[in-house]
Write a protein that binds this ligand. Structure first.
Ligand code: GDP
Ligand code: MG
Length: 175
C-alpha cells in the first residue's frame, strides 16, 4: 500500500517476445500468483494492473500482454505508445526465441524512447536439462543494450518478484 509522502508512479509496462516463451505466465504469476501448465494462447487483448511499493515509490503497473499478434513478429504502435517499461522474454530451452528476442529489442529501440526501462528475461529456467541459451549470452546481450537481465521461471516463481521489484526501482529513479 502507498505510504504517506511516498511518490506514486503510474507506469505502462509492455511484454514482448515470441509466442510460447511464457509472457502471459510471467504476468499471471506476478499478478495472481498462479501458474498453468497448459496456458491458453492469450484470448483477446490482455490487460492487468498490479501495485508494487519499493522504498522510493509506489508503482502502479498497467501491464499490456499481447493477444497473439507476436506471431506476426511486430506489434501495433499503440501497444508501445506511452510505455515506461518493457520486458522482453525468451525461453532458455530455445535458441530460436533468444535470436528472436534480439529482434524484439531492435523493434523496441525503433520506438525511440531513451528513458524506457528495459528488462531481458530468460524464462523457463526450471528447464535446465534442456538449456540451449547460456546465462552469459543473455547477460552480454542485455549489457550491450542497457537492459536489466534476470533468469526466471513462471513455473517455480523463481525471480518473478525480483524482476518487477527491480523495474519498479528503476522507474522510481527515472521519474
Ligand atoms: P506466451 O505465448 O509468451 O504468452 O507464453 P505462455 O505464457 O502462454 O506459455 C507458453 C507455455 O509455456 C505454456 O504451456 C506454459 O505453461 C509454459 N511455461 C510458461 N512459463 C514457463 C516456465 O517458467 N517453465 C516451464 N517449464 N514452462 C513454462
Ligand atoms: Mg500469451
Amino acid at each position: 500500500m502507498a505510504r504517506p509522502g511516498n511518490k506514486i508512479i503510474q507506469a505502462k509496462l509492455v511484454l514482448l517476445g515470441d509466442m510460447g516463451t511464457g509472457k502471459t505466465s510471467l504476468v499471471l504469476r506476478f499478478v495472481k500468483g498462479q501458474f498453468f501448465d497448459h496456458q491458453e494462447p492469450t484470448i483477446g487483448a490482455a490487460f492487468f494492473t498490479q501495485i508494487l511499493s519499493v522504498s522510493e515509490a509506489t508503482v502502479k503497473f498497467d501491464i499490456w500482454d499481447t493477444a497473439g499478434q507476436e506471431r506476426y513478429h511486430s506489434l501495433a504502435p499503440m501497444y508501445y505508445r506511452g510505455a515506461a517499461a518493457a520486458v522482453v522474454v525468451y525461453d532458455i530451452s530455445s535458441m530460436d526465441t533468444f535470436i528472436r528476442a534480439k529482434k524484439w529489442v531492435q523493434e523496441l529501440k525503433k520506438q525511440g524512447n531513451p528513458n524506457l526501462v528495459m528488462a531481458l528475461v530468460a524464462n523457463k529456467s526450471d528447464l535446465e536439462q534442456n538449456r540451449e541459451v547460456q546465462t552469459e549470452e543473455g547477460e552480454q546481450f542485455s549489457q550491450e543494450n542497457g537492459m536489466f537481465f534476470i533468469e526466471a521461471s513462471a513455473k517455480t516463481s523463481l525471480n518473478i518478484n525480483e524482476l518487477f521489484y527491480e523495474i519498479a526501482i528503476r522507474l522510481a529513479k527515472a521519474n
